[in-house]
Design a protein around this ligand. Sequence first.
Ligand SMILES: Nc1ncnc2c1ncn2[C@@H]1O[C@H](COP(=O)(O)OP(=O)(O)OP(=O)(O)O)[C@@H](O)[C@H]1O
Ligand SMILES: [Mg+2]
Length: 276
Amino acid sequence: MLETKDLTIRFGGHVAVNAVSCAFAPGTLTAIVGPNGAGKTTYFNLISGQLRSSSGSVLLDGRDLSGLGVSARTHAGLGRAFQLTNLFPNLTVLENVRLAVQATRAGAHRHGLNLWSIWSDHKALTQRAHELLEGVSMAGKQEMLVASLPHGDQRKLEVALLMALEPKVFMFDEPTAGMSADEAPVILDLIRKLKADPRKTILLVEHKMDVVRELADRIIVLHNGALVADGEPAQVIASPVVQEAYLGVNPQDALAQEVAPTQPGLPPQGGRRKAP
Ligand SMILES: Nc1ncnc2c1ncn2[C@@H]1O[C@H](COP(=O)(O)OP(=O)(O)OP(=O)(O)O)[C@@H](O)[C@H]1O
Ligand SMILES: [Mg+2]
C-alpha cells in the first residue's frame, strides 16, 4: 500500500501540493485529474523522490520513504517513467533496455567471474529486454540508437524501461501524450494488462477522460495543489466539488475541454496556462 500523508511542497510562496493525504491499494488503478498547474506532476515527483517535500510523508507498505532519494525509492518499489535524459542516447534501444533489466536484477545474479554464467545471464537479459520491447511494439526498432528515435517511440521506450524495473507502484504521467493514434493503444493495452495483476498499484495522470473512464477504479482530483475529490469515477465526475474545480461549468463539458488540446503541445483551451 502506497500512502501520502499531508504531503506538501512550497515553491517560494506558492503551495504546489497542499497537504495531500491519500492511500493507494495494490490491484487498483487511480486516475489523477485536475486542470493544468493543479500539482499532478509535482505530486508524482514528491512520491518518486525527484522533489523533496516541505512537509508530510510518503509511505510504502508502512515504511517511511520520505528521507530517501530517487534510486532508493525505485529500489523500494516505486516506479516512475524514466526521463530519456537518464538514458544512453548513443546506445541502441535494446542495449538501454538490457541495462535497465540488468540494474533491476543486480544482486540476484552474482556468480563471480564464471564465464558460463556471465554468458547465460547475458542471454537471459537480452531475451527479457526483447520481450519488453515486443510489449511496446518496438521489437523492430531494437537496433536503432535512442538518439534517433521519433518522439512517440521515445515515449514507448520510457514505458518499456518502467516495465523493466518491475515496480510495485507504477506512475504514468500522461503516458500517451505526443503519441500517434496507432501508438497510444499499445500503451493503453499494456496498462490494461498491468491492471489485471492484483499486486500492482497504478497511478495514472491522464487528461483524456475516455481513457480515465475505461481504466480507472477511482478518480482523485487535484486543484490548486489540494485534493478536492476522491471516489468512484462516475461519482467524482458528477460531484459538485468537481464542478467547482472546473470553474462552475458542467463537469463533463469542462473535463472534455480540459482534456482536449486543440493542437499538440498547446495547453487545452480554457485550462490555466502553464508557467513558462
Ligand atoms: N520546480 C518548480 N519550481 C517552481 N514552481 C514549480 C516547479 N514545479 C512545478 N511548479 C509549479 O507548481 C504548480 C503545479 O505544477 P504541475 O506541473 O505539478 O501541474 P500539473 O497538474 O502537472 O499540470 P499539467 O496538467 O499542465 O501537466 C504550477 O503552478 C507550477 O508552475
Ligand atoms: Mg503535469
